[in-house]
Write a protein that binds this ligand. Structure first.
Ligand SMILES: *Cc1c(COP(=O)(O)O)cnc(C)c1O
Length: 344
């Protein structure tokens, strides 16, 4: 058996040699005192790339989203999001626990909300109602299939929120995948949102870290929230150094991940017993419905693992494959062979 092809997530990517060199030689200081020059450099670079005044290094995307909600809202406020969004579905109830807010999750078509839906979910001013305060968008949308919301929809949703007096946070964990897929700068996708979070640790291959960006005075408040949550780190330039290399060298190559995902999806779609919605394959994710008689997601994933290929069961019959730097074209071929064996 050759080496394992791990398609569970792009978070399994290992740092590049250039990242490791940058980490070993980074200039460091205590970042809680604001004295780590490498972190400052990363925060400036990140802010510039997403078109915001300031940015903050955070240990994870989950903490970045949690800090964003905490900083945008007050207890009892309502947060509009979609039912399959990461903030609602995969952050351990953080909306309720950390911020004491109430979620207003809406049904979406593969992660894409419509502006009329958002409009009708915004509460009128009434003593009985929670205050609608925040709209959370996600682009690309993970559980929607890695689907990308077009710029016009982003603008429309944000305008609707703003008309209703809401602010907007964009969960852009894989923002640069959306940027590559749309062929526009990340800043354009984030342009109408008040704040944006993106991960350095996914397809961009840094070992740890995410960035939260927004207006400078808002980021100053977010910095306090980060400290409260225990996310104020000391010589964290050792991690930021990898993040700088990630932003400078790993964005354009995401196109290869997208091409590999497309080829994987088309191959999987041709295997009897598997259904793939090829329309949703827009970035580096492929979601497969296991429809073969007598097979479910867990047994399909076990069959893949027996052939040295790892994928993630994300429902009773749903399996997710994520392409990334450490899976090349040969890995896609191996995955297709394993999928044929596991279904046949
Ligand atoms: C991965 C992910 C996050 C959380 O990032 P972590 O670094 O894993 O905490 C948030 N939102 C989306 C859409 C994600 O895919």
């Amino acid at each position: 058996m050759s080496a394992v092809v791990d398609l569970r997530s792009d978070t399994v990517t290992l740092p590049t040699p250039e990242m490791l060199r940058a980490m070993a030689t980074a200039e460091l200081g205590d970042d809680v005192y604001g004295e780590d020059p490498t972190v400052r450099r990363l925060e400036e670079l990140a802010a510039e790339r997403v078109g915001k005044e300031a940015a903050l290094f955070v240990p994870s995307g989950t903490m970045g989203n949690g800090i964003a909600v905490l900083t945008h809202t007050r207890r009892g406020d309502e947060v509009i999001c979609d039912l399959t969004s990461h903030v609602y579905d995969a952050e351990v109830g953080g909306l309720a626990v950390l911020s004491g807010v109430q979620a207003r999750p809406l049904e979406s078509a593969k992660g894409l909300l419509r502006s009329e839906q958002v409009e009708s979910a915004i509460r009128p001013d009434d003593v009985h109602f929670p205050r609608s305060r925040l709209l959370c968008l996600e682009n690309p949308h993970n559980f929607g299939g890695g689907t990308v919301a077009p710029l016009a929809l982003m603008a429309e949703l944000c305008a609707t929120a703003r008309r209703g007096g809401l602010v907007v946070h964009l969960d852009g964990a894989r923002l640069f995948n959306a940027s590559v897929a749309l062929g526009v700068p990340a800043a354009e996708i984030a342009a109408h949102a008040d704040s944006v979070m993106f991960c350095l640790s996914k397809g961009l291959c840094a070992p740890v870290g995410s960035m939260l960006a927004g207006p400078a005075d808002w980021i100053a408040e977010a910095r306090r929230a980060r400290k409260m949550l225990g996310g104020g780190l000391r010589q964290v330039g050792v991690l930021a150094a990898a993040g700088i290399v990630a932003l400078e060298t790993m964005v354009e190559r995401l196109a290869e991940d997208h091409a590999n995902a497309r080829r994987l999806a088309e191959g999987l779609a041709g295997i009897p017993g598997l259904d793939v919605d090829l329309e949703t394959v827009q970035t580096n994710m492929v979601f497969v419905e296991v429809v073969a008689r007598g097979l479910d997601a867990a047994s399909f994933v076990a069959g893949l693992a027996a052939a040295g290929v790892r994928a993630g069961a994300v429902g009773a019959t749903r399996v997710r494959f994520v392409t990334h730097k450490d899976v090349e074209a040969l890995g896609v071929d191996a995955a297709l062979r394993a999928a044929r064996a596991a279904t046949g």
